[in-house]
Design a protein around this ligand. Structure first.
Ligand SMILES: Nc1ncnc2c1ncn2[C@@H]1O[C@H](COP(=O)(O)OP(=O)(O)OP(=O)(O)O)[C@@H](O)[C@H]1O
Ligand SMILES: [Mg+2]
Length: 579
């Protein structure tokens, strides 16, 4: 049965003007006008039978027109005030009564436009429920459903989104702090984890996703200063990212002071010595095939200690002169570089890079790391949703380290045979910290490049990106512009709103006016994965991230508390909270 069996009497008005995606409707019925609300749905009769155009109310206007007429003598006689009620509607799609054997099929295309004077109807009550139901069944047909929550328009209707499109075409989750992003992510991840072959990585900057547990979920942690005794390894979910995984550029971003006049020499010598050291390693390991093709950036273990020794040698080298010995070509030019390198090597906070232990210096180790990062639930025989806790990584090199992980995932995926490629999603919480808009040289830039590539080419290789941020204005535009799905939660800052507005289709401009007035846990969902641009109340996840908003007043009003300060000071010294 067609849902939209409107009779002409139900019409609230008729089409007055038509633009590509916008229609103005003149409403004659005042009672009907009062009931209309911005962002509610409207049905317009299409010029083709069996088709109905669906629109969102964009603006409701009341215009006073002053009518002037002249009498027989040519004098202005009468200023009549006429009132006209105009509703502006953005067209968002078409409902077809039947396509083949399927009934009530919604398409997001506009094959026809309404004719002038075509009648216009309000979509509410049973018809709305029927429409929502038709959309829901259409999305979940032949698919494991991904459910976000309930539509604000119709609390009965479950808001499903298309899980394929959501991850294929990259997504953005934005909202001011405390608006419910992390909970939304938890809600999505729980469902991902329920799939038998899931593969996703969540970058958890504050360790707030620790409470997310379940069969499909495993927790990883980048090693902190307390893990350097080698007691914990990949099997325990502790990740080391040894320096030999870093590219030449990434190493330099961390080590080189570009303002140093000797910087070009330092970079050149470092390059040469690392290459030599990698060659030595490959030779002794008998990797002939790789020897023939490796570059400075190839992830091959090498002895950084030897490189340091060699640099120190060159730094004090004396060579034979005409009469006496003279200073070598790099004498004194490497001192600062070596000092910087040594201080990094000794920094326990960077232990996950420079003190990764013998285990992580094995050639085969990278394979094991890649399996942990990319492996799905059945490959790993552990949760395919992997939450990586970066809370112990020093913030100054966080962008570089997360970029490194993203790059590893992307490159391994790229080199995987097409038939064997298993899609993997990267969810980036607090993305403004490591996918920033500002292009700076150094640590930020090196990491950013990985994400730009994934945003642009990830779709082809089955790497999906979900950018989560409270400051979209500070997130890289190139990356944002590649995202086709938007989950926008309450957003109060005007600059951030403007960014989101620019990313959405023009006709939905008015929809973004809702951003500042959304409730906590409410989102505007627009894009490829959602059939309709809709306002959705996100369901609470089963396990909640530990990101609860602190109740200042209540806590101050409560009585005795335990003094946590001494333990905190000690943890600050040890740089770790766990024992
Ligand atoms: N769907 C929801 N339903 C009900 N309450 C919610 C919902 N989502 C979030 N909240 C409430 O809002 C609080 C903050 O949510 P959340 O941690 O997800 O915010 P956030 O947007 O990630 O903030 P930040 O940017 O600071 O990380 C939660 O502790 C919870 O009390
Ligand atoms: Mg959060």
């Amino acid at each position: 049965m067609p849902i939209f069996d409107y009779s002409n009497e139900e019409s609230i008005g008729s089409v007055y003007s038509v633009d590509t995606g916008t229609v103005l409707v003149s409403v004659s019925n005042l009672d009907a006008l009062r009931k209309l609300q911005v962002n509610h749905l409207i049905v317009l009769r299409s010029s083709r039978a069996g088709q109905h155009l669906i629109g969102l109310i964009n603006k409701i206007m009341r215009k006073a027109l002053v009518g002037v007429s002249e009498n027989e003598d040519g004098e202005v006689q009468d200023d009549r005030v006429m009132v006209e009620n105009i509703v502006r509607i953005s067209l968002i799609g078409t409902l077809l009564d039947a396509v083949g054997t399927d009934q009530n099929v919604f398409r997001r295309t506009l094959e026809t436009v309404p004719e002038i004077d075509a009648p216009c109807f309000v979509l509410s009550g049973e018809k709305l429920t029927g429409f929502m139901r038709a959309i829901s069944t259409q999305i979940i047909e032949g698919q494991e459903p991904l459910s976000l929550g309930k539509y604000t328009l119709d609390e009965e209707a479950n808001a499903w989104i298309d899980g394929n499109r959501f991850f294929q075409r990259h997504a953005v989750v934005v909202g001011s702090t405390g608006s419910g992003k992390s909970w939304t992510v938890a809600r999505i991840l729980e469902q991902v984890a329920g799939l038998p072959n899931a593969s996703a990585l969540l970058f958890d900057i504050h360790g707030e996703y620790a409470p997310l547990i379940g069969d499909g979920i495993s927790h990883l942690r980048v090693a902190g200063p307390g893990d350097l005794d080698g007691a914990r390894t990949l099997d325990d979910g502790v990740i080391f990212l040894p320096y030999w995984l870093l590219t030449y550029e990434e190493m330099l971003a961390m080590l080189l002071d570009r303002s140093d006049q000797n910087a070009p020499n330092q970079a050149m010598i470092f390059n040469r010595e690392v290459l030599n050291s990698k060659r030595t390693y490959l030779e002794s390991a008998g990797k002939d095939e790789i020897l023939a093709n490796f570059t400075i950036d190839s992830p091959v273990p090498y002895a950084l200690g030897d490189v340091v020794d060699r640099l120190q040698e060159l730094d004090v080298e004396m060579v034979a002169g005409a009469k006496t010995e003279k200073q070598g070509p790099f004498h004194g030019k490497l001192t600062r570089f070596v000092q910087r390198l040594q201080s990094k090597i000794c920094d326990r906070r960077l232990g996950f890079l420079f003190s990764a232990g013998d285990d992580a210096m094995r050639y085969e180790w990278l394979e094991e790391l890649a399996t942990v990062l990319l492996g799905s639930t059945t490959v790993r025989k552990k949760g395919g949703v992997k939450i990586i806790d970066f809370s112990e990584v020093p913030s100054d090199i966080l962008p570089l380290i997360i970029g490194l992980v993203a790059r590893l995932v992307f490159s391994v995926q790229q080199w995987t045979e097409k038939e064997q490629r298993h899609p993997v999603a990267l969810l980036c919480d607090e993305a403004h910290l490591y996918i920033p808009e500002m292009h700076e040289t150094g640590v930020l830039e090196a990491g950013l490049r990985s994400f730009e590539r994934i945003a642009k080419e990830g779709r082809k290789y089955g790497v999906g990106l979900t950018v989560i941020s409270q400051r979209p204005a500070e997130v890289n535009r190139t990356v944002l512009s590649q995202c086709n799905n938007f989950v926008a939660m309450r957003l109060t800052n005007a600059e951030d709103q403007a960014v989101i507005r620019r990313l959405l289709p023009d006709t939905l401009g008015g929809f973004t006016d809702l951003l500042p007035i959304l409730d906590i846990g409410e989102a505007l969902v627009v894009g490829d994965a959602a059939m309709l641009p809709s306002r959705i109340r996100i369901d609470e996840p089963n396990n909640r991230p530990s990101s609860a908003t602190v109740a200042f007043w209540d806590r101050w009003a409560a009585e005795a508390i335990e003094n946590g300060i001494p333990a905190a000071v000690e943890a600050l010294r040890k740089q770790r909270t766990r024992d």
